[in-house]
Design a protein around this ligand. Structure first.
Ligand code: CP3
Length: 355
């Protein structure tokens, strides 16, 4: 073993975030928050202003690394999450994405199999390369003890934006295509499985320690459709990634999957499952009996409100998950109205292990 090799192994050992994936329950649990880098932080708003637009920020490795580090400096979270977006994948495929101020993402919709011909699965490298460079910078700049989470959107959730051309309350356009022409829609999902695995493979090679797959719209599907469009593609991704990087933990976030969550865990082979706000604590505790690390699930709006109600719910979550392999997190992303001091209060209370 070379000197540098053993130093690198020593650094990874220091990342307590990884302990639950190796079988240890931590007390207090580790903590990070979805959207921990974002508009609630004044320093984020300043850097985003410098970048000019959200996508310019994502594709500028120096600035993207800077905003990833901002919440780590403030709060010392146990993990940093790469600053990017799930819609980098369609953008890199040649379906350009834009973010209009206050309106969310816009894409020219692809609504049938003929539209797939416009996608260039062999040309993602140029844009992926910029994101991978951010990851490499981060691994240099992060404290040794901070884990680095790479991520992508799950094929189903990314497809809902590619087909709908924007966010929607019911993901009707993608659901309609999937019912009308399942074989054609499967081709889109298969493309997304392949290019997403390639994207995550590059993130691991550049230094990501853990991966999270965001399936934010899993909850709009009936159970048989969820099996086909959420569980099967995620299992395919997990299998491919495990073949490439057997030691890298993968967290799934099948938001809204409810009573199908246990099936999601056992069928996909994920190492961790992130639970949304509506998941009852008793159900979260039960999931912990499966061979899986459970993450979640404080309501992001309680983090806006703060005060005693926040403290009480933190304690309830800690008590319910005591002795389990748990990672403290929100049930969905931080909202821009969140007072930064409430985040400090949350981190302090979780670390005090008051339950
Ligand atoms: O800190 C982090 O969590 C890392 C960065 C990150 C972003 N988006 C930054 C972002 C991550 C992991 C995401 C994931 C993401 N993006 C998801 C899955 C998680 C979820 O929230 O359900 C989804 C569905 C998207 C797509 C997306 N990106 C939408 C619908 C929007 C517009 C809505 C909004 O919040 O503005 C975005 C924009 C976006 N992605 C912002 C950030 C910080 C805000 C953009 C800005 O600065 O103007």
């Amino acid at each position: 073993m070379t000197g540098t090799g053993s130093l690198a192994i020593e650094a990874v050992r220091k990342r307590r975030f990884l302990a639950p994936f190796n079988g240890d329950s931590l007390s207090p649990p580790s903590i990070w928050l979805m959207r921990q880098a974002g508009r609630y932080l004044p320093e984020y708003r300043a850097t985003r202003g410098e970048a000019g637009s959200f996508l310019n920020l994502c594709y500028n490795p120096a600035l993207a690394a800077e905003v990833t580090l901002q919440p780590i400096r403030r709060y010392g979270f146990d993990a940093a999450i790469l600053f990017a977006d799930i819609l980098i994948v369609p953008d890199a495929l040649g379906q350009p994405v834009s973010f209009e101020a206050g309106e969310g993402p816009r894409l020219a919709p692809i609504t049938d199999v003929a539209g797939l011909a416009t996608l260039k699965a062999d040309q993602t490298g140029e844009k992926y390369g910029l994101i991978w460079e951010t990851v490499a910078r981060l691994r240099q700049d992060l404290p040794d003890e901070t884990a680095l989470i790479g991520f992508c959107g799950a094929p189903w959730t990314v497809a809902t934006y590619m087909v709908g051309g924007r966010g929607s309350p019911d993901q009707a356009a993608a659901r309609a295509w999937a019912y009308r022409d399942p074989e054609g829609f499967q081709r889109l999902i298969d493309i997304l499985v392949d290019v997403s695995v390639d994207y995550l493979d590059g993130q691991v090679k550049a230094g990501a320690d853990v991966l999270q797959i965001f399936d934010s719209w899993a909850g709009s599907l009936p159970d048989n459709e969820l099996a086909r469009w959420v569980i099967d593609p995620t299992r395919a991704m997990v299998e491919k990634l495990k073949a490439l990087h057997p030691g890298v933990p993968i967290i799934g976030f099948p938001r809204g999957a409810g009573a199908s969550t246990a099936e999601f865990v056992t069928a996909t082979g994920v190492d961790g499952v992130s639970c949304d706000t509506a998941m009852p604590l008793c159900a979260m505790r039960e999931l912990g009996e499966l061979d899986v690390v459970v993450q979640g699930n404080l309501d992001p709006l309680l983090l806006v409100a703060g005060g005693d109600a926040l403290d009480q719910r933190i304690d309830e979550i800690l008590a319910a998950m005591k002795g389990r392999r748990h990672i403290f997190n929100l049930g969905h992303g931080i909202v821009p109205e969140t007072p930064p001091e409430n985040v400090a209060r949350l981190v302090e209370r979780v670390r005090k292990g008051s339950a």
